[in-house]
Each structure stands twice: as C-alpha cells, then as structure tokens.
Design a binder for this molecule. Sequence first.
Ligand code: PGA
Length: 253
Amino acid sequence: MRKQIAAANWKMNLTLQQGEKLLDDIIALPHDLKEYQQAVFAVPFPYLAMAQAKISGKGSVFIAAQNCYNKKSGAFTGETSVEMLQSLGISYVVIGHSERREYFNESNQFLAEKVNICLEYHIHPIFCCGEALNIREAGTQNEFVARQLEESLFHLSAEQLQNIVIAYEPIWAIGTGKTATSEQAQEIHAFIRSLFAKKYGEAVAQNLSVLYGGSVKGSNAKELFLQLDVDGGLVGGASLNAEEFNTIITSLK
Ligand code: PGA
C-alpha cells in the first residue's frame, strides 16, 4: 500500500518560538495515524534541529528541509548540504518547489542533481511539479508536467524511484485560495502515474505517492484525498494553524 502523506510547508514563516508552539499544539491533537500514513513538516533550516528533537520517537511524523544544495560540501557560502541534513536525522527534502523554480531560477537539470545527491544520502525528495495559469489555459499542462518529471527524474532506476514522493502543485492554485477541483487533481495525478507506469512499469507507479498542493484546507482536504490517485497534500498557508492542519492530517485516506 502506498504512503498517504500530509506535508506541511511552512515556507519563510514563523519565529522559532511560534514554530515550537505550532509543533507542540499539532502533536498534542489526536490524529491516530495508520501505519501507511505520515505527517511531514517542512520547516525553515534554523528550526530543523528543534523540530527533529520534538518528533523523536513518533513513528509516523517526519521532518523535511525546504531545500538543499546540489554539491556535497565546500566553498558555497550560505548553502546547506544534504550531508548536513542527514547528520540531523532529517528524512525528506522538498525539491523544486515552484517558488524556488521561479525566484531562484532552478532548472530541471539542476533539480536532477539535487535529487541524485539526496538519494545518495538516503533522504527522500518530495519532488514538486506543476504548471502556471497560462499553461493550464492553453491546455498543455500534461506536456509541461511530463517534461519537468522526465528531465529531473527519468534518469533514475526503478529502485531509486521508490524513494521519491511527487507533489503536483498547480502554480495558479498556490496561495491563491483557488484549488484545483478534485476532478482536475485526479485527472493530472492519474496522468502523472501513467507516465511512471510507462517508464517503470505498473507496480512501481502504483507504489508512488503523488501529493496535491495548492490551497489545500481543512474544508477541501477530504474530497481531494479521496481521489484514487491523490495520496495526500503539500500544504502551505493552512499548515500554519494547528487545528486546520490536524484536520488535513485526519483527512488522509
Ligand atoms: P498553499 O501552498 O497551500 O498556501 O497554496 C502550497 C505550497 O506551496 O506548497
């Protein structure tokens, strides 16, 4: 059974004290995760050690970094290596979020290098893809997303692919309050899975978790997550509120 994941993306929000309180509040709420369900918190770099310490011993809760660099170590002032993340016990890294692609010009090739280095250090990439509004309006979202996935992931072996989580996040739905309908989400998630099935076979594709991101809230999570090919969500704004995010966790199927 593939993993169902509710992943919080705090982005560049919250002070250390606010982050600690938010984690404490969410952990204290009842969510009763099943063994194939996970809650993941992608917190800012300075809070990783605090967050990792808070979740220690909680089997279904994991911490993610929001980014990493594509080099192992060296003279790259201000960057964070995957080895550093590994030394903290971090499990996941968000790779290729649309905000990184847009504001920091991260290309598919550059992201492929980040994916490789994550896998080398046994950290799971949460690999983001998704189209902007003009592409959706032109009806070419499938081709666009296929290219992102092919150029960053298709060099991997089937075995490596099992350590990847995909997050489909239409840019027009991120932080806009506009959510893709559950039919739109299901349609493109099924397409994404079919791409992997063609390249790696049906069994590998069926094991791949594909999360939806873009204005997921407590009120729409259940309907989205009920879709056959939607295996949870990557959640920005609504993950900054304990009760709201807990409702999203408890909406996992
Ligand atoms: P949002 O962000 O939930 O605020 O739309 C999602 C994301 O960017 O991961």
